[in-house]
Design a binder for this molecule. Structure first.
Ligand SMILES: Nc1ncnc2c1ncn2[C@@H]1O[C@H](COP(=O)(O)OP(=O)(O)OP(=O)(O)O)[C@@H](O)[C@H]1O
Ligand SMILES: [Mg+2]
Length: 225
């Protein structure tokens, strides 16, 4: 299974989502390889901190070559899940990966620039549908770093904006709110689930909802194939 966490926009939360997704899937007993295509190497940095602190289980991370398609397909034959953190400037790699991906998670924040960039990415992905084995790239947006105030409507406003301008765009039902725990993940080399529970409880709940929806959608797809 090949999962891409990718967006052309920088700083939207790709790396933090990729490492937590890898950890969560590993938790099911599956074998997982995390692939870092990003020259800034955030996932690799997370792994280095994790290794230095001796946190178990270790989750292997490799740097992807410039031409990642064949390597990824090869890895998918060896691991239950291959999670690919695709850097913001790796547009060419996204195009290659669109052909082989089983689930593409595109985190976006709710600022106007991020939403417009997500619309552009969605249009570019739809243009590659014909190259995917199912005729449609499984592309899903997750709203990230949405304001945590109970009365904020920005999550809903962002959904309506995307759905109006890109009919048929698929947005995961749970948005991930802005929580400090996500920053702690990068600092500690731990997953959200390994942080002190009292600090991370809300971030864990939200991420778990996102994870369960990913599983549901993958299972639904497998059932029709
Ligand atoms: N839901 C969230 N709440 C709070 N902070 C978050 C959240 N998601 C991500 N962050 C923080 O935002 C910053 C950017 O996240 P991350 O490095 O995962 O983004 P990225 O898309 O991989 O960036 P780049 O394009 O530079 O690779 C990090 O400091 C991360 O901890
Ligand atoms: Mg990154």
């Amino acid at each position: 299974m090949i999962i891409v966490v990718g967006h052309e926009k920088g700083g939207v939360g790709k790396s933090m989502l990729a490492v937590n997704l890898a950890w969560r899937i590993r938790q099911e007993g599956a074998s997982v390889m995390l692939v870092d295509t990003d020259s800034t190497g955030t996932s690799s940095g997370w792994y280095a901190i994790r290794q230095a602190h001796g946190v178990e289980p270790q989750i292997p991370v490799i740097k992807a070559p410039d031409n990642p398609g064949p390597v990824i397909v090869d890895l998918a034959g060896k691991y239950d899940a291959v999670i690919i953190d695709v850097g913001a400037r790796d547009y060419g790699k996204l195009g290659q990966l669109a052909r082989v991906v089983d689930f593409w998670l595109a985190p976006t924040q709710v600022s106007q620039g991020d939403l417009d960039s997500t619309l552009g990415l969605h249009a570019a992905v739809r243009a590659t549908d014909k190259f995917h084995k199912n005729g449609r790239v499984p592309f899903y947006v997750v709203l990230n770093r949405t304001p945590s105030g109970w009365n904020s409507s920005e999550d809903q406003d962002a959904r309506e904006y995307l759905e109006e301008l890109a009919p048929g765009i698929e947005i995961l039902r749970t948005g991930l709110k802005d929580r400090k725990s996500w920053r702690d993940v990068g600092k500690t080399g731990k997953s959200l689930f390994e942080l002190p529970r009292r600090d991370a409880v809300k971030a864990v709940e939200e991420f778990e909802d996102v994870y369960q929806e990913i599983v549901e959608r993958l299972e639904a797809k497998a059932a029709v194939q």
